[in-house]
Design a protein around this ligand. Structure first.
Ligand SMILES: [Zn+2]
Length: 282
């Protein structure tokens, strides 16, 4: 289902990028389960349910997609391993909003992990691979792209080459160095942390502000800067970035937008990281 939140003149919709389950320990790292289970439901065998909500941002200057979900290329074995509970359904979700895949003008990738970049390419009816959003410029940090092409031993597991087939710099791929405004009011900033080239997205329109912090803040449960996933490759950088960005967001009264929470799509925090306003899935 698509759900809309207005940020000034922008309309933000959460699209069905697939849902899966992941081990709770790997999601919460050093945080003991007695603490995280108060904030995040888990299955009897210790897994947590994760959405992969690609966010469509409709602006007067273009339609921006932030991350792309799991895609439709997972094998039956991969679906079993990752416990896929709901299928990626972004083209149909766009169609329900009256948009084609070609109507997406910009794709922003917070980072290259398969659960975020899986929908960059898709398998078509004839079994071939094609870019899901053929008219879009894809924006990724240069550092992230270099790591996708030459991953370290940890990140190799999550950067899948088939998710990047067809991207060529200058044609449909733009490599960002640090910070850049993609469209008026849509700005990306490198955060580091989860991956070296991980980036966040600020939205600003009509005096309202929203921040998509990617996997530095996958769900509201992570409002404490020290709560980071065990997947974060550079944990101290994650903590520093979270302190900085969450501080900025709170002072700006910004909405935080969540990619992985199946229920809470966005919220505002008070100064102590408690939720004071919330926007939920229907
Ligand atoms: Zn993720």
């Amino acid at each position: 289902m698509e759900h809309g939140l207005k940020i000034g003149e922008f309309a933000v919709s959460w699209l069905q990028g697939g849902e899966f389950e992941i081990d709770g320990g790997s999601m919460f790292g050093v945080v003991p389960k007695v603490l995280w289970e108060r904030k995040c439901a888990s299955t009897p065998d210790n897994h947590v349910r994760l959405a992969n909500s690609a966010m469509l941002v409709q602006t007067a200057q273009g339609n921006v997609l932030i991350d792309t979900g799991l895609g439709n290329k997972l094998t039956a074995k991969q679906k079993a391993i990752f416990r896929v509970r709901r299928e990626w359904d972004i083209p149909a979700g766009l169609a329900r909003l009256g948009l084609s895949r070609e109507a997406i003008s910009h794709v922003i990738l917070t980072h290259g992990d398969f659960d975020h970049a899986g929908g960059v390419t898709m398998q078509n009816e004839t079994g071939g691979l094609e870019l899901t959003f053929p008219a879009a410029m894809h924006h990724i940090q240069r550092q992230e792209w270099e790591d996708v092409l030459a991953p370290n031993k940890r990140s190799a597991d999550a950067y899948w080459p088939e998710n990047f087939v067809g991207l060529a710099e200058g044609k449909n791929l733009r490599l960002i160095d640090g910070e850049e405004e993609i469209l008026p009011g849509v700005r990306v900033v490198r955060t580091d942390g989860h991956t070296r080239g991980h980036q966040a997205v600020w939205l600003e329109s009509g005096g309202e502000i929203a921040l998509q912090l990617g996997d530095l803040l996958p769900m509201p449960a992570y409002s404490n800067p020290l709560w980071i996933t065990a997947y974060d490759n550079f944990p101290l950088n994650s903590i520093a970035a979270k302190e900085q960005f969450l501080g900025q967001a709170t002072r700006a009264d910004a909405w935080l937008l969540f990619y992985h929470d199946p229920e809470i799509l966005a919220c505002k925090f008070d100064g102590d990281g408690a939720i004071r306003e919330v926007f939920c899935a229907e």
